[in-house]
Design a binder for this molecule. Structure first.
Ligand code: ADP
Ligand code: MG
Length: 260
């Protein structure tokens, strides 16, 4: 499979009056087209910073990012960003929320709106277009947020702990659901999560970051025998517990190293 993204020796520090906070050091990894990559690491280690750099919101101080688009061009790909909260606006209907991205980008064309219509039907939200976000369940809100993101037809989806505002059971269902939809749409995804089981059940590859400044500690390919089923079924794969234990060990060593 072709690499669509290559990070080479990325480094980044925040500078303030109180001095320098080194967030990332020497981060290198690759992402293939259609791949799901999960990034895990101790809280505050630099995960969101890394995602902002990939999104082009921050410029790396060291290193390079290479994009290799499916059409062979090296331009910045179109990126969809989903955050912890769904960020739907209460004063807009569901329909006016899912078309907000298009509106902001002056892309309210019949073709794009047809994509939105198709996704609303496919994701079971067609009957809710005139409702307010408050009238939707947590899972439906995340689906609406996903439609808003996909309407812009991004090539790469970046998700920063997108399910952490949901309670545990909802989260299991919604994360499996959203990731199934993203796979079906054939997108490439980088997801930050602090839930190790979620990472193992969703990702093709897990990047484990160390405590700050984050370096890539381990890159763990995930091949589960039950992968082709749903992410929920993947949790029953015989290798699941073994992978969980390895990840847990890597991460707890990190957290111990962080103590003064
Ligand atoms: P994570 O997402 O892994 O929790 P972040 O990437 O948000 O971590 O932050 C990494 C480190 O950089 C943290 O110590 C945080 O306090 C610091 N940091 C994040 N944003 C800023 C900023 N805008 N200015 C200064 N320091 C920041
Ligand atoms: Mg973060």
């Amino acid at each position: 499979m072709q690499n669509i993204l290559e990070l080479k020796n990325i480094g980044y520090s925040y500078h303030s009056l109180h001095g320098e906070t080194k967030a990332l050091e020497n981060i290198s990894f690759e992402v293939c087209e259609g791949e799901f990559v999960a990034i895990v690491g101790p809280s505050g280690c630099g995960k969101s910073t890394l995602l902002s750099i990939i999104a082009g919101l921050l410029n790396p101080e060291q290193g390079t990012i290479l994009f290799n688009n499916p059409d062979g061009s090296l331009n910045y790909p179109k990126i969809g960003y989903m955050l912890q909260r769904d960020h739907l606006f209460e004063w807009r209907s569901v329909y006016r929320n899912v078309t907000l991205g298009l509106e902001l980008h002056h892309m309210l064309t019949p073709e794009r709106l047809a994509v939105v219509d198709r996704l609303l039907v496919e994701y079971g939200l067609d009957g809710f277009r005139d409702k307010r976000p408050d009238e939707l369940s947590g899972g439906m809100k995340q689906r609406a947020a996903l439609i808003r993101t996909l309407a812009l037809e991004p090539q790469l989806l970046l998700l920063d702990e997108p399910f952490s505002a949901l309670d545990y059971q909802t989260r299991l269902m919604v994360s499996a659901d959203i990731c199934r939809l993203i796979r079906a749409a054939g997108k490439t995804m980088i997801i930050i999560t602090h839930d190790l089981s979620e990472a193992i059940s969703l990702a093709d590859k897990i990047i484990i970051l160390s405590g700050r400044p984050a370096v890539v500690k381990t890159e763990m390919p995930i091949k589960l025998t039950l992968k082709d089923d749903s992410p929920l079924a993947a949790r029953n794969a015989p290798e699941f517990q073994l992978l969980f234990n390895r990840l847990w060990e890597d991460l707890t060593h990190e957290n111990e190293a962080e103590q003064p």
